[in-house]
Structure formats: C-alpha cells, structure tokens
Write a protein that binds this ligand. Structure first.
Ligand SMILES: *Cc1c(COP(=O)(O)O)cnc(C)c1O
Ligand code: SF4
Length: 305
C-alpha cells in the first residue's frame, strides 16, 4: 500500500533494492543541508518554463508531472508548485535569438503529456529556423516504457533532429520493456544518450556502473553524463564525494571502452553551471616535459612541442 502512488510498471519492480532506495521516502532525508532550487533556475527563467543559462541552448520545462518522482530530484521544489509555460511566449523569446540552436524539453517528464500535446510543442518549436536540434530529457524508458508506442515514435520522426537523453541509474532498470521501447526509437533513427546520477548506496561502485554503461552501449545508447547528486533539500544521504567519484571514473576509464564512458559532471551551487571533472593524469610538468600516468598507473615522460 505504501507504493500506492506508483504506476503499475514501477510497482512491479519495487522489490528490487536499487528501486526502493531511489523512490521510497527515508527518514535520512530529514537531515537537511540542501536548498530549494540548487541550480538557481529561478534566476535564469526568462519566461514561464524557459531556462536560459548557456549561450546556445535552453531548457523548456513542459510539465511538473513525472512517472518516477525520484527522492533526489533537483526540481522537487516544482512538484507542487509549477508555473506552467505559454508556447507563444516561449516562441517570442526565442524568435530573435539566432544563437540559440538547441532546445532541451524537460520537466518533470515530457512523456506524461499526450502524444497530441507533444506533437503541438514539437510542431511549434520546429518553425523556428535557428533551432537545429531538439533534445527531450526523460525517464519514461525506466519508469513507464509501455508509454512509448509506434505512434509516439512517428511523431518524433516528423520534426527537426531529435535526440533523447534518458535518465537511468542502475542495471536493474534495464528490463525487456525498456529494451523494447529503446529498440522502437533507435530502429527508427532517433539517437539516445543516457544520464546517470551517482547515488550513494545505489550505484557508487565502478562494477555496477561498468555493467550499466556496457549494457547501454549494447542497446545503442551512448552514456553521456554521470552527474554528481545536486544539493536539493533532503539529498545529503545520496551524495558521493568528488574524490570517490573521480576514483570511480579512473577505475572505469581503465576498464571500459571510450564508447561506454560518460563524463563526470555536477552543477556548481547558486547557478554556477555544469562543470566537468576528469581524474588527474598529469603528475608533474617542467617546461615542455610532462610526467603522466597511464590507465595502469604507470608513469611516462612526454615531450611536448
Ligand atoms: C544541463 C543543462 C543544459 C544542457 O547542457 P549540456 O551540457 O548541453 O547537456 C542546458 N541548460 C541548462 C539550464 C542545464 O542545466
Ligand atoms: S525522473 Fe527526473 S524529473 Fe522525474 S523525479 Fe526523477 S529526477 Fe525529477
């Protein structure tokens, strides 16, 4: 009964530990060092729903509904209090900004909208000449994959190049329903990248992540970002230190193909933006001579030009 708020698909998977920890409230969330709006999106919201933080791309939040409601959601402050969006206003804002070439449709989960609503949004955004690419950020593949039908794919196919960025955190989230939905998309030529949140006690182990990323590439999904958990209210218990995160990245780098390897990134507080960190390989540098360690931790001298 305690899972009454989940859809049938998620309820069927909740017996798995990795699922429970992501979606079920735990009293450790009451330890609060986080903030309401960790990315300071309020400040960069130009018209209702439209976040313009980076020069060439914007985020359009089209809903606050989601199939998942992850405990660590960085937009959980929007679950109850969402101002919506007005497509006319959005188009007006974008019309005169030729340097914006990508729109990221996000939420909540855009696929909580009907196919017709999605079609309307894509149609109107596609009219803008300067927009070259539309990206849809979604967790539907792991939270309600049966939502993706042939008709849904046909709608996405009609418009500008569309990329999907899917949220997935654990190999347990790859089910036969997940695979079926992914195949529908990729077979019709819609590329998919993945975003994973590094979560303490859920996937903060290089073996779990190796298995996840390799499985994704087998399904023709490119692992894109491994995100540090944002400092939203109640997220403390999920956070992994930068040091541990980079250690995990180093172990992955040495063990899996570049195709399977995402970049590690997190958002700086107060709207500082995304930052990518790499495990450090330069041990020393004198003039043009570098001391560098390789993936096996062996040291080499490199003479730069
Ligand atoms: C993450 C993010 C983007 C997209 O950044 P990419 O590095 O292109 O994936 C765009 N706008 C905002 C506000 C974001 O937080
Ligand atoms: S899937 Fe994304 S939007 Fe939905 S609750 Fe999780 S983090 Fe938030």
């Amino acid at each position: 009964m305690e899972f009454a708020n989940f859809n049938v698909y998620l309820t069927g998977l909740i017996h798995k530990n990795s699922f429970k920890k992501q979606f079920v409230f735990d009293s450790a969330e009451l330890i609060n060092s986080g903030v309401q709006d960790p990315l300071n999106e309020e400040k960069y919201t130009k018209v209702n729903g439209l976040i313009h933080r980076y020069p060439d791309r914007v985020v359009l939040t089209v809903t606050n509904r989601c199939f998942a409601y992850c405990r660590f959601c960085f937009r959980k402050n929007k679950w109850k209090n969402f101002s919506g969006f007005e497509l006319k206003e959005v188009i007006n804002y974008l019309k005169n900004k030729k340097h914006i070439r990508e729109i990221l449709i996000s939420g909540g989960d855009p696929f909580t909208l009907s196919d017709k609503q999605i079609n309307d949004i894509l149609f109107q955004l596609s009219i803008l000449n300067s927009i070259e690419v539309i990206r849809i950020g979604t967790r539907v593949f792991t939270s309600n994959p049966q939502r993706i039908k042939k008709e849904t794919v046909a709608i996405l196919k009609k418009y500008k190049p569309i990329w999907l960025a899917i949220h997935i955190n654990h190999p347990d989230e790859i089910t036969k329903e997940f695979k079926k939905a992914v195949d529908l998309m990729v077979d019709s030529g819609i590329p998919i990248v993945s975003q994973t949140v590094l979560l303490k006690g859920i996937n903060d182990d290089h073996r779990i992540l190796k298995s996840l990323f390799c499985m994704l590439v087998k399904l023709r999904i490119k692992p894109y970002y491994l995100f540090g958990c944002d400092q939203a209210l109640g997220n403390e218990k999920f956070r992994v230190s930068i040091q541990k995160s980079l250690d995990i990245m180093r172990k992955l780098r040495g063990n899996i193909s570049g195709l399977c390897l995402p970049v590690y990134a997190f958002d700086l507080p107060r709207g500082g933006g995304k930052i990518v960190l790499e495990p450090q390989n330069i041990l020393d540098k004198e003039k043009n001579i570098y001391k560098i360690k390789n993936f096996e931790e062996k040291e080499f001298i490199y003479n730069d030009i």
